[in-house]
Design a protein around this ligand. Sequence first.
Ligand SMILES: [Zn+2]
Length: 148
Amino acid sequence: MIRKRLQNLYSGEKDGIMKMADIFGKRKRSEIMSRIRSRSGLDRKVHNWLCAKHVRHKMYPKAEGNPDFLLKDAGVYLFVDSCFWHGCPLHFRAPKSSFAGIRWEEKIRKNKERDGRRSQLPYRWIAVWEHSIKNGDLERILKENGIL
Ligand SMILES: [Zn+2]
């Protein structure tokens, strides 16, 4: 089995994503890709911004619902929602074709379902869209919520 996996891994496929599929399986791959594409860049940006503002926080805290940040002093969890992956009503555009074999429609549908269940989370949270980060609205939102 291991030998087979190694063969798959080094079978000469140029696409790194397909290699990951061989190793991790579909479900894990989609989880990894979703983290890579939807989270890291944007979250890094927010992380840097929070650092610059001296807002104490933890990125990817272990908490129900997978919030992106815990804002420690306020005790508030922050979700940063990608305009694409969470289906922003203002900015979502469907891609012309599937990319890298990712089933984005299903993923976005699941994200939106999960977002809809946030009202049941057992802690205080706020969610911001990617576009709020890009247009500098995060500061206003955090101030309005008594966090800054
Ligand atoms: Zn948006």
